[in-house]
Design a protein around this ligand. Structure first.
Ligand SMILES: [Zn+2]
Length: 390
């Protein structure tokens, strides 16, 4: 069962562009949007554009001086000198930076509002998931933290329990930081271990402030983790924690950079396992959040081969019409990919790994196995704080 789904889209989000030498190429958004259309999903989903997040919304998470700094850098990119993280290698300033960032944030806030008000049961903003932005600084290709803003808006509307699940290969540090002291927001992040990857946080021992002990959950996976390990870790931690928390809304972040082809990280996950986790998140929303689900994009730097297919699966799952992995991709989309990027497009909606299987945690674990050690570290750090057996 899926009910009405809403896809957030405004063509102008592709203005979020750090320039030709930057790995976060906005073509990934345009190609995802057109693949959604090419597979006929437009007919099943309401496509809506929300207004850009205004000053009062941005201030739910971001500091006044930081928003002013973004606006100044946006108006005069050459003035950005690295302060507030703006004008750095990761976050170079560009003309219109404030407007494009606020527009993406607006789509996530709009998705959250639609779900909270019941206009849609599920809402997707694959252009969002910019989870590294901090209250007072840009970081890791992220200017405004649309995920945190969507959650903050839900709190403002009266929500009392919101769960955030982040499966991007990088730690969801900005969202964790925004709600570090707030027991109403449970953040769960599965990511490559901080020892080997930016932003070098997301240790299992990070479990929330004293006022919110156990409200941050971190699963730090060894580099090289593949499909079976990734799914095993997800299922060993996420469902149990959500079952105990009973969120009113589930917000998920689906960075596609866990993929083995991703150039910026070192996990070895396939498109098929990403799809399996998307399906699991949808099921979890129905099991524990009355179906209320806000799904976001995130990282993903294999911009032709991975991102469009991964997030098209996400949209299809939210719509209630999952795309079969064996589906052949329409030639029209493949031609568009070549025209825009001069790269060959994938032929099918699978990496050939479907169905993906994993070993259930309940059936036992191997204390000598590095993946199992990572899962155990997460469970031992946080489960007792949540009244669960580690
Ligand atoms: Zn990432």
């Amino acid at each position: 069962m899926s009910g009405r789904a809403q896809l957030m889209w405004d063509e102008a989000v592709t203005g979020y562009d750090f320039g030709p030498d930057h790995p976060m190429d906005p073509v990934r958004l345009a190609l995802t949007r057109s693949l959604v259309g090419a597979l006929g999903l437009d007919r099943e989903v309401r496509v809506a554009a929300a207004a850009a997040a205004g000053e009062s919304t941005l201030r739910l998470v971001h500091r006044e001086d930081y928003v002013a700094a973004v606006k100044a850098a946006s108006a005069d990119p050459r003035s950005a000198d690295g302060s507030y993280g703006l004008g750095t290698v990761d976050d170079p300033a560009f003309a219109g930076m404030h407007e494009a960032s606020a527009l993406i944030a607006g789509q996530s806030v709009g998705a959250a509002e639609a779900v909270w008000r019941g206009d849609a049961l599920h809402a997707v903003n694959f252009t969002g998931g910019l989870h590294h932005a901090m209250p007072g600084a840009a970081s890791g290709f992220c200017v405004y933290n649309d995920a945190a803003l969507a959650i903050a808006r839900l709190l403002e509307l009266g929500a009392e329990r919101i769960a955030y699940v982040d499966v991007d290969v990088h730690h969801g540090d900005g969202v964790q930081a925004a709600f570090w002291e707030d027991p109403r927001v449970l953040t769960i992040s599965l990511h490559e271990h901080p020892r080997t990857l930016f932003p070098q946080t997301g240790w299992p021992e990070e479990t929330g402030a004293e006022t919110a002990e156990g409200s941050a959950v971190n699963v730090a996976l060894p580099a090289g983790t593949g499909d079976a390990g990734w799914l095993r870790a997800f299922h060993a931690v996420v469902p149990e924690v959500l079952a105990g928390f009973r969120p009113q809304v589930l917000v998920t972040q689906h960075g596609a950079d866990t993929h083995i082809e991703d150039p910026l990280a070192h996990l070895a996950v396939s498109l098929d396992a990403q799809r399996a986790v998307q399906l699991a998140c949808h099921d979890l929303a129905h099991a524990y959040a009355d179906g209320r689900w806000v799904a976001l994009g995130g990282g993903g730097y294999a911009v032709v081969d991975v991102v469009p297919r991964s997030w098209t699966h996400l949209v299809a799952i939210a719509v209630g019409r999952p795309v079969e992995p064996a589906t052949v991709i329409p030639e029209s989309w493949r031609q568009e990919v070549y025209a825009r990027t001069r790269q060959p497009a994938p032929r099918r909606m699978t990496d050939g790994r479907w169905p993906v299987s994993w070993a259930d945690w309940e059936a036992g674990y191997d204390p000598a196995d590095r993946l199992d050690q990572a899962v155990l570290a997460a469970r031992r750090a946080v489960f007792p704080l949540r009244g669960l057996l580690a």
